[in-house]
Design a protein around this ligand. Structure first.
Ligand SMILES: Cc1cc2nc3c(=O)[nH]c(=O)nc-3n(C[C@H](O)[C@H](O)[C@H](O)COP(=O)(O)OP(=O)(O)OC[C@H]3O[C@@H](n4cnc5c(N)ncnc54)[C@H](O)[C@@H]3O)c2cc1C
Length: 410
C-alpha cells in the first residue's frame, strides 16, 4: 500500500484525494483548519458558483494566465464531470445568467456536504488542525512536520491554495514549500479585486451601482481592455463585476486609468440627439432637472461639476461647448487608478508555482518525483464565472488520477 498525503482540504485537495484513492493508495488530507472547504463556503457570496455550463473549450479565453497549461486538466476532468460527480452524490444544481452553475439550494454548504459524502464513501482519511510547516524528502519518502507532529508519505499533493482571504487558511504556504524544493515561484498579486481611485468624486458616488456601462481600462493613456456590465462605487474607489475582471490585468507601478461610458448603447451623435430632445422638453428648467430622464440622480451633480456647468443654469442658456463637455463626460467618465486593493479582499491570487516547473499532463513537479501541485497554488487564474473552482477540480483530479505506483501500471 502506498501512502498519499494531500495538504489542504479545499476543492483542489478534496478532488485530488478522491481521484488518488484506489486499492493501492491510502489517502489522507491534512488540513490546518478544523473543517474542510472554509474558502469554498464563502464562494459566490455563500451560494458557490460551482463551475460554468459553457462548453469546456470556451473556458480557455476565461483564463487570465497560462491557459495552455490547463488543456489536459480541463479535458481530463471537465465542468460536466464535476457536475455529474456531485449530482451522483445527491447535489442538485441550476444554471443562471452567464451559464454560471449554482447548487439549487443556493447554499455553498451543500457543495461541501456533497464533497464530504464522497470523501467518506471513498474512505479518505481526514486530519484537521494540523498546520504543515516544513517538508523534506529523503530516500523517496516525504516527511511533513507540523508544530507537534510529523507525517510521512510516498506521494505528496500540495493543495494549499493562494494567498488571499487568509482567514480561510490560504496563507501562501505552498509557495514556501515549492521554494524549499528549489521550485520556482512567480511574484504574486491580488486578483479579482477592487481598485483604489484617485478622484474627487468617487466618495460622493459611494454606493452607486452603475448598470449596463462599458468600462475601459487604459494603460499609459491607451485603451487596453473593455468590459460591459456593472460597476459599483465604494468609499475607496470602485468595484463590481467589470472592475474585478479588469483588476486582474493591472500590475503594480503601471500607469492605469478607467473611462466609463455611461451610455454605451448610443454613439456621440445619438446621445447628442437624445440630450437635445430632453433639453427641448425641459427648456425652461435648471439643467440639473433636464438630465433626470437620462442619468440616475446621484450622477447628475458630479457629471455637471466635471463638465464645469453650474447645476442651476437654465437649459435655454446651455452653450454648444457645454453640451459637448457634458456628452464627453457621459461617454467617458475618467478616473485615475491609484492601485489595486490588497490580498485581504482579493478573490484570487495571481501568480504562484511556475507552470514550467509542472508537467501539465500529470501536475507532477518536473524536479521532484512524486510531488504534485494542484489548484490556486499554481500560476493560473481565471475571471469570475465558476472558472477558478473548475481549475481547482480539474488540476486536482489530474494529479490524483496519475498517482499510481509505476510497478502497478499494468
Ligand atoms: C470571496 C470569494 C469568493 C469566491 N467565489 C468563487 C466562485 O463563486 N466560483 C469560483 O470558481 N471561484 C470562487 N472563488 C475562488 C475559489 O474559492 C478558489 O479559486 C478556490 O477555493 C481555490 O481552491 P484550492 O483548493 O486551490 O485552495 P483553497 O480553497 O484556498 O484551499 C486551500 C486549503 O489548504 C489549507 N492549507 C493551506 N496551507 C496549509 C498548511 N500549511 N497545512 C495544512 N493546510 C493548509 C487551507 O486551510 C485551505 O483549506 C472565490 C474566492 C473568494 C475569496
Amino acid at each position: 500500500m502506498k501512502e498519499v498525503i494531500v495538504i489542504g482540504g479545499g476543492p483542489a485537495g478534496m478532488m485530488a484525494a478522491i481521484a488518488a484513492k484506489n486499492e493501492n493508495n491510502n489517502v489522507t488530507i491534512i488540513e490546518k483548519n478544523e473543517k474542510l472547504g472554509k474558502k469554498l463556503y464563502i464562494t459566490g457570496k455563500g451560494r458557490c458558483n460551482i463551475t460554468n455550463y459553457k462548453d469546456i473549450s470556451e473556458f480557455f479565453p476565461q483564463i487570465n494566465r497560462n491557459e495552455k497549461f490547463m488543456y489536459s486538466a480541463f479535458y481530463s476532468f471537465s465542468n460536466m464531470d464535476i457536475l455529474n460527480l456531485l449530482n451522483e452524490y445527491g447535489l442538485e444544481y441550476k444554471v443562471e445568467r452567464g451559464d454560471r452553475v449554482f447548487p439549487s439550494s443556493d447554499k455553498s454548504s451543500d457543495v461541501i456536504k456533497t464533497f464530504k459524502k464522497i470523501l467518506n464513501d471513498k474512505q479518505i482519511n481526514l486530519i484537521f488542525d494540523e498546520d504543515i510547516r516544513y517538508i523534506e524528502k529523503a530516500d523517496d519518502i516525504f516527511k511533513l512536520y507540523s508544530k507537534n507532529n510529523s507525517f510521512s508519505c510516498d506521494y505528496l499533493v500540495i493543495a494549499t491554495g493562494g494567498n488571499s482571504y487568509k482567514s480561510t487558511g490560504s496563507t501562501g504556504d505552498g509557495y514556501k514549500f515549492a521554494k524549499n524544493f528549489g521550485i520556482e515561484v512567480t511574484d504574486i498579486y491580488p486578483g479579482l479585486v477592487g481598485l483604489n481611485l484617485n478622484s474627487s468624486i468617487h466618495k460622493e458616488l459611494s454606493g452607486v451601482n452603475l448598470k449596463n456601462v462599458e468600462v475601459t481600462l487604459n494603460k499609459n493613456g491607451k485603451p487596453y481592455k473593455k468590459e460591459f456590465g456593472e460597476a459599483l462605487f465604494t468609499h475607496f474607489g470602485i468595484s463590481g463585476p467589470t472592475i474585478l475582471s479588469l483588476s486582474s490585468l493591472i500590475y503594480p507601478k503601471e500607469k492605469c486609468s478607467l473611462s466609463i461610458d455611461l451610455k454605451p448603447g448610443l454613439n456621440y451623435n445619438q446621445l447628442d440627439d437624445r440630450i437635445n430632445r430632453d433639453f427641448n422638453k425641459y427648456i425652461n428648467k435648471d439643467i440639473e432637472n433636464g438630465l433626470k430622464d437620462l442619468l440616475i440622480k446621484s450622477l447628475i451633480k458630479p457629471i455637471l461639476e466635471l463638465s464645469n456647468i453650474p447645476r442651476d443654469k437654465k437649459i435655454n442658456q446651455i452653450t454648444k461647448e457645454e453640451r459637448h463637455r457634458l456628452i464627453k463626460n457621459i461617454k467617458g467618465l475618467e478616473f485615475n487608478i491609484n492601485d489595486i486593493r490588497d490580498f485581504n479582499e482579493a478573490i484570487i491570487t495571481r501568480g504562484g508555482v511556475e507552470v514550467k516547473e509542472i508537467d501539465s499532463s500529470t501536475m507532477e513537479s518536473k524536479k521532484i518525483k512524486n510531488l504534485y501541485f494542484v489548484g490556486e497554488v499554481i500560476d493560473v487564474d481565471a475571471f469570475t464565472g465558476g472558472y477558478n473552482l473548475q481549475i481547482a477540480y480539474s488540476t486536482g483530479f489530474l494529479a490524483g488520477s496519475n498517482i499510481k505506483d509505476d510497478c502497478n501500471d499494468n
